[in-house]
Design a protein around this ligand. Structure first.
Ligand SMILES: O=C(O)CCC(=O)C(=O)O
Length: 305
C-alpha cells in the first residue's frame, strides 16, 4: 500500500500527458480542482439534514459531523444500509433534493477536465450519488470493485469521487488499485458494503493507493479501475463524499444513468423549489445513443483464484 496519489494538476491542460497518465494509472487526482467554499457549502447543506434527523451531536453545532451515538446506534441497520449511501432513505431523499448537490457536478473545472480527457463534448450523468457514511457496523466499507459492473454503457465512463469536507485516511476515504484498469473487466462475487459485489483479485501486481483528502480535491478513475473505501477508524464522525459520472457525449449510455439514484424520488420531486432551471433535464437536449443492460457480467462466480 502506498500513501499519496499523484497530483495531475500540472498536466491539466496537456491533453497527451493527461491521457497518458489516465491510461497508465487508471486514475487522475487533482488537488484543489474545486473551490473549497462551494464544497464546504454543500457539506453544510448535508450536515443540516443530518442534524434535523438527530444524527449529530449537539444538533451539529460543532460542524465536524460528530455523531449523536444515542440516536445513531438505535437506527435499524437495514435502514442505514439503504442503497450503500450510509443513511436511511428518508434523509437521503432530502440530500437528493439539494440543488447544491446536483450543481457541483456541473462545475466548469470538472467539465474542463473531462473535455480534455475525452477530447470532445461531455455527458454528465444526472444520477449522482452521495455517501453520508454514519460510522456504524451497518455501513461496511465499500468492497473492491469496478464501476462498469454497476453503470455499463461505454467503458469510457469516468467517476469523480469528491470528498465533501476534509477526509483524512482515518475517516475512511477512497483507495484505488493503480493500473488495474489495464486488466479489463474482472469477475465478481457477493460482498458486504455499497454495491454488494466484489472484484476477484488474483495475484495482482498493482498497488493500493490511499490519500488524505481535503475539501476541493477530486479523484477521478475509469470504470475499469478497481477501488474500495477504507474503514472509518474515528468512529465518532461521519464521512461525506459524492460520486458523479462523466462520459464522452457521443458514446453509448445506459438508460439507468439518466434516472435518480435508487429511484428514491422522481426528477420532478428532486427539482421542486430549485432556484435555477439550467440543470434540470439538461440531457434531454442531446441526441443520445443507448446500450442494452447486460446482467450476465454481474453473475457471481463461486471461486476464481
Ligand atoms: O465512497 C464510497 O464508499 C464508494 C464510492 C465508489 O465506489 C465510487 O465512487 O464508485
Amino acid at each position: 500500500m502506498t500513501i499519496g496519489l499523484t497530483d495531475s494538476f500540472d498536466v491539466l491542460d496537456d491533453r497527451d500527458a493527461l491521457r497518458e497518465r489516465a491510461q497508465s494509472d487508471g486514475y487522475l487526482f487533482l488537488r484543489g480542482l474545486l473551490p473549497r467554499e462551494e464544497v464546504t457549502a454543500l457539506r453544510a447543506d448535508i450536515l443540516k439534514i443530518c442534524a434535523n434527523h438527530g444524527y449529530l451531536k449537539d444538533g451539529g453545532s460543532e460542524g465536524e459531523g460528530l455523531i449523536n451515538k444515542a440516536v445513531v446506534d438505535v437506527i435499524d441497520p437495514v435502514a442505514i444500509a439503504f442503497c450503500g449511501v450510509g443513511i436511511p432513505a428518508e434523509a437521503y431523499k432530502e440530500v437528493q433534493r439539494l440543488e447544491s448537490f446536483h450543481r457541483l457536478a456541473h462545475n466548469p473545472n470538472l467539465l474542463r477536465l473531462y473535455r480534455t480527457l475525452f477530447g470532445g463534448e461531455v455527458l454528465v450523468h444526472p444520477r449522482h450519488i452521495a455517501r453520508v457514511m454514519l460510522p456504524t457496523g451497518a455501513n461496511a466499507p465499500t468492497p473492491p470493485h469496478q464501476d462498469f459492473i454497476h453503470i455499463q454503457g461505454t467503458k469510457n465512463v469516468w467517476t469523480s469521487w469528491i470528498p465533501i469536507g476534509d477526509v483524512p485516511r482515518e475517516l475512511g476515504g477512497l483507495s484505488v488499485l493503480a493500473g488495474s484498469n489495464r486488466d479489463g473487466l474482472l469477475p465478481v462475487k457477493a460482498a458486504e458494503g455499497a454495491g454488494s459485489l466484489e472484484t476477484y483479485l488474483c495475484e495482482v501486481d498493482y498497488e493500493w493507493v490511499e490519500h488524505d483528502y481535503e475539501a476541493g480535491d477530486v479523484l477521478t478513475f475509469s470504470s475499469l479501475t478497481v477501488h474500495r473505501s477504507i474503514p472509518n477508524q474515528l468512529g465518532d464522525r461521519l464521512r461525506i463524499s459524492v460520486d458523479y459520472r462523466f462520459q464522452p457525449l457521443d458514446e453509448e449510455v445506459d438508460r439507468g444513468s439518466l434516472t435518480p439514484h435508487c429511484g428514491v424520488l422522481s426528477w420532478d420531486e428532486i427539482y421542486e423549489g430549485w432556484e435555477s432551471e439550467s440543470i434540470k433535464y439538461y440531457w434531454k437536449k442531446y441526441d443520445l445513443s443507448f446500450s442494452e443492460w447486460d446482467e450476465s457480467i454481474r453473475w457471481q462466480k463461486e471461486k476464481i483464484c
